[in-house]
Each structure stands twice: as C-alpha cells, then as structure tokens.
Design a protein around this ligand. Sequence first.
Ligand SMILES: Cc1cc2nc3c(=O)[nH]c(=O)nc-3n(C[C@H](O)[C@H](O)[C@H](O)COP(=O)(O)OP(=O)(O)OC[C@H]3O[C@@H](n4cnc5c(N)ncnc54)[C@H](O)[C@@H]3O)c2cc1C
Length: 232
Amino acid sequence: MKVTLLKHTPDPELLCAAAAMTSYKGEGTSRLLAELNLEKARKTLRRVLSSGHVSVTEHASFTFSVEGVSRALTHQLVRHRIASYTQQSQRYVTYDTLDQYVTPPSVLENQKAKQIYDETLTCISAAYQELLKNAVPKEDARFTLPNAAKTNILITMNARELCHFFRLRCCARSQWEIRRIAIEMLKLAKQAAPVIFENAGPSCIEFGYCPEGVLKEPDCNIKEIKRQFREM
Ligand SMILES: Cc1cc2nc3c(=O)[nH]c(=O)nc-3n(C[C@H](O)[C@H](O)[C@H](O)COP(=O)(O)OP(=O)(O)OC[C@H]3O[C@@H](n4cnc5c(N)ncnc54)[C@H](O)[C@@H]3O)c2cc1C
C-alpha cells in the first residue's frame, strides 16, 4: 500500500482563515488574504473551529493517490460521498500474477490460512486467464475476481469531509486496511495544515468518549488514542 498527498490548495490555512474573516470584516477576501500572516490565520482558525464554524475548511481541498489496496477497501471508501474519485478500471487492466492481490495480515500470519488463500487465488487467476483466452472480454472475465484484487484510486476531499472521514475511519472499529490508509492520509494532511487537522482523528478525540461504546483495551484506551493522534 502506498499513500501520497499529491496536491492541495495552496496555503490552506491562510485561505480558510481569510474565509472565516470574510463573514465579520468589512473588507473583501482578496484584501484579507493579502494582509494575513500564518500566525494570525492559525489563531483565527483555532477560535472559529472551536466554536463549530467548520464550513470554512471546505475551501481547502486535498488530493491523495492510494495505490496497491484491495477492492474491499475501495468499496468502503467510495461510500464517502462528499469526495471525488478516479479508480483503475478492471475493464482495461489485466490480472495476471498473484502479486495483484492483497493478503490480509491475519492470513499472512497463519501458515494454513495462507496456503488455502494462495490456492484459491491461483485457481481464480487461472479461471480468469482461461476466460480471456476464450474471447471473454476483460469487463466480463472480471466477474470472477475477488475483493482481494489490488487497485489504485485517486481521492480528492475538502478538509471538512476529511475530518469526518478520519472520525469514522481512524477508529479502532474500522476495518484494518481502510484504517491504515486513513491514518496515513491524516499524517500527510497534518503536515500540510497542522491547525486545520490538529483535533482530527477518531470521534473519541473530539467527543472525549466513544459514541459507539468503548471496545476493550488495549484497542481502545481513549487517553492513549488522544495522545497518539495529537502527537502524530
Ligand atoms: C465501522 C464502520 C462500519 C460500517 N459498516 C457498514 C455496514 O455494515 N453496511 C453498510 O452499508 N455501511 C457500513 N458502513 C458505512 C457507513 O454506513 C457510511 O456509509 C460511511 O461511513 C459513509 O459515512 P457518511 O454517510 O457519514 O459519510 P459521507 O458520505 O462522507 O457524508 C458526509 C456527511 O454528509 C452528509 N450527507 C452526505 N450525503 C447525504 C445525503 N444524501 N443526505 C443527507 N446527508 C448527507 C451526512 O451528514 C454525512 O455524515 C460502516 C462504516 C464504518 C465506519
């Protein structure tokens, strides 16, 4: 799996702070932005965000490339609707090696499970290749492919939606693969806009408790989770 922040709105914190100031200052945003420095912008953002006016963060967009993940992951990812996606198509790309499938850690760590898994994928792969050889188009041969099939996806989300995504998907209740990419995305987003994302992470960080009911420790020690995400 590889997660890269490809592009983001230039000076996201300056822009979002200027957006916030637009609502209560006499000047237009162009002048506010021209006169704003990062220290003032961050102070403004902290005040505005802590009072719940988070819509100003919709002005900053972030584009991530997520590569070598399973279709099981992307199926969950695209449920997040306030985003734009472009995904590798199984109508054009051929699956011809076992490297083109993701193996979950629970299978990797279990010799017997790994054997069953590899045999199944080898069998699926052979059937897929046979269909192609028998003039079945890729768009139909792909019906045999499993959720493990690797894929690449490009994601663009604004900062408000990203924070919502992090609340749900950085949580210990979330499935391991989407949780891993969410945490990688959050690390990258924090580097680009530390104040916008300083309280981002699973919902327990924001609420101070788990709205779904705490899982057993060590998965869910809220104090420790808070520390990890704040220091990320
Ligand atoms: C741990 C976990 C387990 C899950 N298990 C399942 C499962 O078993 N089955 C399943 O089907 N899904 C499951 N999901 C997916 C979940 O139900 C959501 O579809 C997904 O998390 C996207 O969340 P969302 O709708 O809040 O986000 P987004 O689509 O990102 O939307 C963001 C916010 O915008 C608003 N919004 C967006 N679209 C609309 C709309 N049409 N109308 C009104 N408001 C809107 C809402 O406030 C929403 O919260 C699971 C998710 C998690 C995190």
